[in-house]
Ligand binder design. Sequence first.
Ligand code: CA
Length: 220
Amino acid sequence: MRLLIVEDEPNLGQQLKNALEGAGYAVDLATDGEEGLYLGSNEQYDAIILDLGLPEIDGLTVLDRWRKEGKSTPVLVLTARDSWSDKVAGLDAGADDYVAKPFQTEELIARLRALIRRSSGNASAELTAGDIRLDTRSGKVTKAGEPVKLTAQEYKLLSYLLHHKGKVVSRTELIDHIYDQDFDRDSNTIEVFVTRIRKKLGAEIITTIRGLGYSLDEPS
Ligand code: CA
C-alpha cells in the first residue's frame, strides 16, 4: 500500500513519513500544494493525507481538482484544531475523513487503515486467505496460527494482493503500489518477491496469470 503525504511543516511531514513507513507503507512526501496536486494526479496511491493550509495551492483547491479529475483515492485531511468550518469544507470538497492537529500518530494510522480497507471493500482489519492471516494493525502474518516472517517488500506485496483478493493484479499495478517515488523500480523484482512469498506461505497462495499478472484467491 502506497501513501502520499502533503504537508508543509517539514518536521511533521518527515515524522509522519517515518511512522507510516514503519507501519509498512510506501510513502511519498510533498511539501506544497503544487507538488501535492501533481503527485496525487499522476501517481497511484491507496490513500492521501492532505494538510489544508499549504503554500502555492491550498489543500481544499488541491482536493477539489482531484475530485474534478475523477480521482477517487481516499483522502484524509489535516485540519486546524477546533476549526469546525475546516472540517465541513474538507468533507464537502470530497475528503473521506479528517484529523485535527495536533493528533496522535496512532489515531491517524488507524483512520488510514480503515479508509484503505473500506475503499478496497474489506470490512475487517484482519485479511485472510485459507489459513493465512495478515493483521493490518500489527503487521503480523501467520499461517495456520504460526507466525511467518516477511521482509518489508514481501509484506507490502502480500498486503496489496490480500486487499484485492480474487482480482487479477498486474505487475505494473504492484510496482505502483509497493514502491515510493524515489525507489529504483525494477519489475523483475516482483517475480522474486512472489517466489519468496510462495516459499514461505505455500506455492498455491499466488497464481501467476500469464501475460496479465497475479491473483491471490481463497483456496478451493
Ligand atoms: Ca500547513
